[in-house]
Design a protein around this ligand. Structure first.
Ligand SMILES: *Cc1c(COP(=O)(O)O)cnc(C)c1O
Length: 312
C-alpha cells in the first residue's frame, strides 16, 4: 500500500498565500442625506475589501471548504454556476494561485460573446463545461464533496454558490468581526450567507435577507435546511422579496440611478446584482417608515464588484 502524505494547511496559511486582507474589511458609518433625515444609523461591513478579485462572501464561503479539499489531498475542484457566477470566478482565481485544477459546470448554451468573467475563468485555467438547464437542475441535488459529479471528474465537489456547512463556518467569522446592531442586512442568492450568520448569532440579533432572485418561499426552505433542526425554527430572520427587480441579474434604470447616486454620496461602490438591490431596498424601507428612527443597522457588503463589468 502506498501511503500518501498530505501537507496539512492551516486557515491563516491559506489566507496569507492568497493575500486575503481581513484588516481592510472594516465596518464603516455611511454618510447620506436620506439617512440623516430619517435618523437612521447605517454601517456597512466592507467585505468587498477583503481581496481585489475574490468577492467578499465568496471567500468566506470557500475558506474552510478549500482547506477541507486540500487536506483530503485533492488537486482538482469542481463546481457549478451561471455564466456570471462570482463563486466560479473566485474559485478559478484560487485554483490558478494555488496551482490546483478547477472545473466549472456552467448553465446554458455557450454564449456567442463570452463575458469578462468567463474570459477570466479561462485565463486562470478553469476548465469550462456548459451544461443544459435540465442537467444543471439535476446537479443541484448533489451536496457532498464526494458525490457523483465529483467522482465523475475525480475531483472535490462544491455545490452551487458554495453552499455547505463548511461555508457557514467561514460566514461565522464574518459575523464575529462585527458589532451588534438592531438589524443586520444581507444579500441572498442561495441563502447560505444568511444561514451562516443566523447560526452564529444569538437569538436577539435580527436579520433581514434581501433576495436577488424571484424565489418566494424557496429561500426560506433552503435557509431552514442549512440551519438544521435546532435553529431552523428561529424567527429572528426574514427574507424580503420586494427588491429583486424581476429576478436574478435583472436591473432597471431606477436601480442604476440609485447605485450611481449612492456611490457619489458615500464613495462606496455597489453592483446591480446583489448589493445595489439590498441598499435600494433598505433605503426604500426607510422612506416608507418600515425602519424606526434611531435604529442601528449594519449592511454587509458581500463584494461581487467584478461582475459589474459584465453589464457595461
Ligand atoms: C454570491 C453572492 C451573494 C449570495 O450569497 P448566498 O450565500 O448565495 O446567499 C451575495 N452577494 C454577492 C456579492 C455575491 O456574489
Amino acid at each position: 500500500m502506498i501511503a500518501v502524505t498530505v501537507q496539512r494547511r492551516l486557515p491563516e496559511e491559506l489566507e496569507a498565500l492568497l493575500d486575503i486582507n481581513t484588516a481592510a474589511a472594516q465596518t464603516q458609518l455611511v454618510h447620506h442625506p436620506l439617512l440623516k433625515e430619517h435618523r437612521v444609523e447605517l454601517y456597512i461591513k466592507r467585505d468587498d475589501l477583503l481581496h481585489p478579485i475574490i468577492s467578499g462572501n465568496k471567500w468566506r464561503k470557500l475558506k474552510y471548504t478549500l482547506l477541507d479539499a486540500l487536506n483530503l489531498g485533492y488537486d482538482h475542484i469542481i463546481s457549478m454556476g451561471g455564466a456570471w457566477s462570482n463563486h466560479l470566478h473566485a474559485l478559478a482565481w484560487i485554483g490558478d494561485s494555488l496551482n490546483i485544477k478547477t472545473t466549472g459546470l456552467v448553465r446554458g448554451e455557450p454564449p456567442a460573446i463570452e463575458s469578462p468573467s468567463l474570459q477570466d475563468m479561462r485565463d486562470w485555467g478553469m476548465q469550462i463545461k456548459f451544461v443544459d438547464r435540465q442537467t444543471f437542475r439535476e446537479l443541484r441535488r448533489f451536496s457532498d464533496y464526494d458525490s457523483e459529479p465529483g467522482r465523475l471528474h475525480a475531483g472535490y465537489w462544491i455545490p452551487e454558490g458554495g453552499a455547505s456547512s463548511l461555508a457557514m463556518q467561514g460566514i461565522a467569522e464574518l459575523l464575529h468581526e462585527m458589532d451588534d446592531a438592531d438589524t443586520i442586512c444581507v444579500c441572498c442568492g442561495t441563502g447560505t450567507t444568511l444561514a451562516g450568520l443566523v447560526a452564529a448569532a444569538n437569538v436577539q440579533q435580527r436579520f433581514n435577507g434581501f433576495s436577488a432572485l424571484a424565489a418566494e418561499h424557496v429561500l426560506e426552505q433552503e435557509v431552514s435546511k442549512l440551519l438544521g433542526p435546532q435553529t431552523g425554527e428561529q424567527t429572528n430572520w426574514n427574507i424580503i422579496y420586494d427588491y429583486h427587480f424581476g429576478g436574478f441579474a435583472k436591473s432597471s434604470p431606477e436601480l442604476n440611478r440609485f447605485i450611481d447616486d449612492f456611490e457619489q454620496q458615500t464613495g462606496i461602490p455597489l453592483e446591480p446584482i446583489y448589493t445595489g438591490k439590498m441598499l435600494f431596498g433598505l433605503f426604500d424601507m426607510i422612506v416608507r417608515g418600515r425602519i424606526r428612527p434611531g435604529e442601528k443597522l449594519i449592511a454587509i457588503h458581500s463584494g461581487g464588484l467584478q461582475g459589474k463589468r459584465d453589464y457595461n
